[in-house]
Design a protein around this ligand. Sequence first.
Ligand code: DQA
Length: 147
Amino acid sequence: NRVLVLNGPNLRRLGTREPDVYGAATFDDLVALCRDTARHLDLHAEVRQTDDEAEMVRWVHQAADERLPVVINPAAFTHYSYALRDALAQLTAPLIEVHISNPAAREEFRHNSVVAGVATGTIAGFGLMSYVLALQAVAELIAEQKT
Ligand code: DQA
């Protein structure tokens, strides 16, 4: 049961980037958390990060071809990337949008997500726990499909 955990621009800089907003944990901590959480849920998480929109779109195409569930933190792409939205719209397996912060409580430009409308659901505002909750959702949805 593979799941892709995709992270958009600047997320590799977790821990040093605006720690008041995103916390002190590093990207490596996030990778370890996702892998451990997935293992306990009988999933295998492949955690990736890119600052490049084209690379992110290619990863989504791969997920579509392989019918893989996706947990994605699109970071700033959330708010303006129609290319990413269109790529995500082809997915057939569960798609969970996650955010570390709560974009609704922040600047106006973060209030709109162009991705949300094609996601199964969105989890935001729980720090790194947002990813834990998203992986739990994926596990539940997969289990539901099998019954
Ligand atoms: C973010 C929120 C986005 O608005 C922002 O551009 C990010 C991170 C989050 O995880 O809280 O880079 O997706």
